[in-house]
Write a protein that binds this ligand. Structure first.
Ligand code: EPU
Length: 453
């Protein structure tokens, strides 16, 4: 008898605790719908703080990261209400107030989102607080680009035992900023700050991910003047006031890629409603090279195998490269490809930890912590690179595994569904951070699992 884990049963903090027994060896078949992208929706919610009138955001997924941002906005006095239609949020910033370190800390969970409140709060209240940066919650993911950018606008950054206090006694002024790396978060930081800073901001080496372009569209609806030039240069002309927006979020291409890889790994067929080709071109090329077949339709993309799986060499990169969030589910499929595949991770320094569990399940994966010497690398100057060498095909067998993070955890689930026999997967609560109704969707696709803890 199948017991479905409903959303409310999944820990909203992303904390672990839920355990699934998964019986694999069954192809996933059917249709899933993806809503707005986690990595746009959460930022667009923060942007609502900049408006003088309420904003409406549509296609908001019911995921715990959205709940975290909602409660952070609420502690800052923003009224957040559900609209009439599913996935609609109405955000009214007219009562915005300062919050304390402890309140922000209590609502932030493991999220880095408080960092992006800085610009809007500085414009609104002259002060922004980021709690507990010394702890492990932000882990190795630094925020130096964010702080340097805020200083360039004229903000003063003070570190105390409670966290970081940022003030702007003389207001924020447009700046010339060149990011050392096209960081998604730092680009968003600059956009959310520059739109109301006095004068013109020039941002060089900006990230240009589709979610960033969608955030720019949100800000333009609010009255911002933002010009995207060639070669990762963005100009922002500061304006005095912004109004609320009405916006339908761009679809979640990370979730779409996750389902595509699930179809590939389990030898099933999944139609991903809401997926759009334009924002997935790089992924679709790799999907095809690996032996996948896809059919782009008006309302989504259908994914399945097109024949035997073949090995590939891919390198994660900033847009328009292959996203770092796509490699984890792809690697599960690559364990079933005939021959040697290589995946280079160039965005984060430690994003292959999840492969330990796959090895435990029978995969042949060797991680080279310092990359492979002599290989061509597009981002040769990055010291972060790691490489995973995957030799296949290897049958996977059930095992006891622990979910490490969002994308690695999803790949563990697919591996368990691909494997022969039963796996016990613990810590699945963290998956609710980015996958809406994951367990309902898996059940609808024919996955065989029980909630056992
Ligand atoms: N970096 C710094 N200093 C900074 C900021 C970033 O050194 O101040 C480094 C990071 O350590 C990393 C690289 O720059 O090595 C790229 O980080 P980036 O700032 O681009 O990432 P992010 O904004 O923290 C977002 C997504 C991630 C996604 C990355 C890359 C959100 C909430 N998160 O993170 O998504 O992997 O961009 O596209 O938008 C996920 O969805 O599971 C996820 C982790």
């Amino acid at each position: 008898m199948k017991t479905l884990l409903n959303e409310s049963a999944v820990s909203p903090s992303g904390g672990s605790g839920e355990v699934l027994a998964v019986r694999g060896g069954r192809a996933l078949r059917g249709r899933v719908e993806v809503k707005g992208a986690k990595n746009l929706v959460t930022k667009a919610m923060v942007a609502a703080l900049l408006g003088e009138t309420p904003s409406i955001l549509r296609d908001v997924p019911s995921i715990s990261d959205v709940k975290v941002v909602r409660s952070l906005l609420e502690v800052h006095g923003v009224t957040v209400a559900d609209g009439e239609n599913e996935g609609e949020l109405i955000l009214d910033p007219s009562g915005a107030v300062a919050a304390h370190f402890e309140e922000i800390d209590a609502h932030a969970g493991a999220s880095r989102i408080p960092i992006l409140f800085c610009g809007p709060l500085l414009h609104l209240l002259g002060e922004a607080l980021i709690p507990d940066l010394g702890g492990c919650r932000i882990g190795d993911r630094p925020i130096n680009f964010h702080m340097d950018a805020l200083r360039a606008f004229g903000a003063i950054v003070d570190k105390s035992y409670e966290g970081i206090r940022i003030t702007a006694p003389n207001g924020l002024k447009g700046a010339h900023i060149e990011l050392p790396y096209p960081s998604v978060g730092a680009t968003e930081q600059v956009l959310l700050t520059a739109v109301k800073a006095e004068g013109i901001t020039e941002l060089k080496n900006a990230a240009i991910e589709p979610e960033i372009m969608d955030l720019i569209a949100v800000l333009q609806k609010m009255g911002a003047i933002i010009t995207v030039e060639p070669n990762r240069v963005i100009f922002i002309e500061g304006v005095d006031t912004l109004r609320g927006y009405d916006h339908r979020a761009i679809f979640d291409r990370n979730e779409a890629a996750s389902w595509a890889c699930a179809a590939l790994a389990t030898d099933g067929e999944i139609f991903v409603g809401g997926a759009k080709q334009q924002d997935m071109l790089t992924f679709l090329n790799v999907f095809r090279k690996v032996g996948g077949w896809f059919d782009v339709r008006e309302d989504g993309i259908n994914f399945r195998r097109g024949g035997p799986l073949t090995p590939v060499t891919v390198e994660t990169d900033v847009h328009p490269g292959f996203m770092t969030d796509w490699q984890q589910p792809l690697i599960v499929a690559l364990t079933q490809a005939e021959g040697e595949s290589i995946v280079h991770e160039t965005v984060y320094e430690n994003r292959f930890g999840f492969t330990d569990a796959l090895v435990k399940m029978g995969a042949d994966i060797v991680v080279h912590p310092h990359g492979l010497d002599g290989d061509y690398r597009r981002v040769a100057q990055r010291e972060l690179e790691q490489a995973a060498v995957i030799n296949g095909p290897t049958p996977l067998h059930g095992a006891r595994i622990e979910v490490p993070d969002l994308r690695g955890g999803y790949s563990h689930l697919i591996a368990a569904l691909t494997a022969e026999g039963e796996s016990v997967v613990s810590g699945v609560g963290i998956l609710s951070r980015g996958y809406e109704k994951l367990f309902d969707k898996l059940a609808a696709l024919g996955a065989d699992f029980d909630v056992i803890g």
